[in-house]
Design a protein around this ligand. Sequence first.
Ligand SMILES: [Fe+2]
Length: 203
Amino acid sequence: MHYFIKNIETPVIKSFVDYWDIEKDNFNKNAKDNGMMHLINYEREFFDMMLGEYYNSERFNSGNIFWHEHPYFPHVDLWDSNNKWNVVVPLVCQDDDQKLIIFDQTYHEAATWVGDITKRSFHGNPAIYKRICDTPGVEGLTGKPCPDHLLEHLPYSPDFYHGLSGTAIDWEVGISIEFKAEYIHCSGKMNTPKIGSANFLND
Ligand SMILES: [Fe+2]
């Protein structure tokens, strides 16, 4: 098991959303993702106030509230060597079928796999123009097609996800999802915009 779910109390979620509502127009306009994601970064003090009773805030490296309306590509957030764990907190979603997909496969550098998808160019974690299964350094590949229970939630062609396995976790407001930073992850298909909090923690 490489992920852990905790229940997060409603007042905490509400405080996050209130902060977003105040700050949302101040999102980072220089984020290197062509505006795919709106990010409001916050400091350890804010993390401690929000999630300090759930996670030791001394582990905090960085965190943000994010908004997006298109599914985020498979990636690993290892731009900082202290990012050992990700904690994702769903804050807003109107779609009961929304998922966070955590694959069983790992990679040990920052990366975003765009394959030959040209719909939207992307320059966040460095883009890799190959399939994940064709990328040297990816560990845990199955050598088999990605199973249907994941493909039904994934936005691109089955071929793009060849060799992957994993878990589709409900994007449920009221939980947090903690997983090891080297695990490749992405959003499932999206019908409505969503808002969440992403936190990058040390061990
Ligand atoms: Fe991520």
